[in-house]
Design a binder for this molecule. Sequence first.
Ligand code: SAM
Ligand code: SF4
Length: 455
Amino acid sequence: MGKKVYLQTFGCQMNVYDSERLQGLLRSFGHGITRNAKDADIIVLNTCSVREKAERRALGRLSDLYRYKQKNPHVMLVVTGCMAQRMGKELLEVMPYLDLVLGPDQIFQLPTYLQNNKECPQVAVCSSREDFDSQKIWQQEILPERKTPFTSFVAISRGCDNFCSYCVVPYVRGPERHRPTHQIIREIQLLAESGCKEVTLIGQNVNSYKFKGKDFADLLQMASDQTNIDWIRFMTSYPKDLSEKLIDKIATLPKVCEHIHLPLQSGSDRVLKEMNRGYTSQDYLKLVERIKERIEDVSLSTDIIVGFPTETKQDFEKTLDMVRKVEFDSAFMFRYSEREGTKAASFVDDVPEEEKLGRLHILIKLQKEISKKKNLRLLGKTFQVLVDGKSRKDKDKWKGKTKSNKTVIVEGNGSEDVLGKIVFVKINEADSFTLFGTLQEQVLMKKSVNRNYDF
Ligand code: SAM
Ligand code: SF4
């Protein structure tokens, strides 16, 4: 009989996608999804391990949710994802009441385990990793169940081979495996047929994609030519794998959005080397120069870690210097968090917490100023915007994103229903995080054609 499942997700876009696909799969098995944990027969937490804080939050939430199981012992408590993989049996020592612990490669086995309750193990995590081809879920045409029907993630790879010294991902998500091209194209087309306008191709390192002689640039070309999707985004790009061929595709394919998420991590060459990133600050700057020359109106976002072991004030100054030089449109900025089992965990974590926090505040303040300065340059310009909902603060206004990934609040004329449409919006106000504009009535667009519009 169908069960009611409550599913909560922590962490990155890959976890969000896994959860959305799991929801689709659970429904295909006759189960329902509930937004209230108190109504659920099965409670699933899809967890993250990238920073200690993410694990602490998930553990806290699990202890909180345990009360539903105490009230009703038939409620199943399931932990999936990276923390499940990292801690495995250790999780049961802390929380013996858990019913099931599934690693990221076992998550889609949940409906089968629910069917065969007796054969259900308490912990299923992986030491060897399965390919896309050997997992049935990837051959099934199960679409991710998203919050908005107009946008969707599509996984193109899983795992990572880069082994940045601070990062737990290669250990918990395993080696990089690439999804067959035909599966990706089919999923994008099915999404387009279901009303989705934009896909974001995701992988820990999307631009190292390879499958039977096709690389990531080829995949973008195929997704552009062979599907009816309007816009194609992608993340995350790794600097050392961003080829000229790929820059050229982003510059010339009208469906491909002109936004690159390009983690810098640090501006100090010494720290970058300790991080095992495989590029120097000069390499990064040259790459940014080529991107800016070649891709009109490109926007760049990044990830930066402060307080990596041995990071001095001078190293941190170099990071600030890079941030000023590149002028990122936005950034995710983090305090270093030691992760057991990584190479950096053997380094002395010698930057005091309050110093890490202080550096983080300085960096965030600088980035906020730069984001605002860059957004103010867009005043008076007109951009295409994919409208995906109503503004949270003002229900009379719409919200959406530009191709360059900027959030826009759109003032309409009151009567126009633009939800799920790509429209033209003229920007009249901006702050660090948001653009504000008015709908340009002359051009309500169905398909994207060009990039620049001078009205
Ligand atoms: N694969 C992507 C890349 O290389 O950019 C991102 C993966 S990771 C989930 C997202 C970001 O988390 C990283 O870019 C890094 O800035 C940050 N991160 C990873 N490990 C971290 C750690 N131990 N402490 C603090 N931040 C960390
Ligand atoms: Fe982690 Fe580096 Fe892989 Fe990104 S590229 S997931 S930061 S090891």
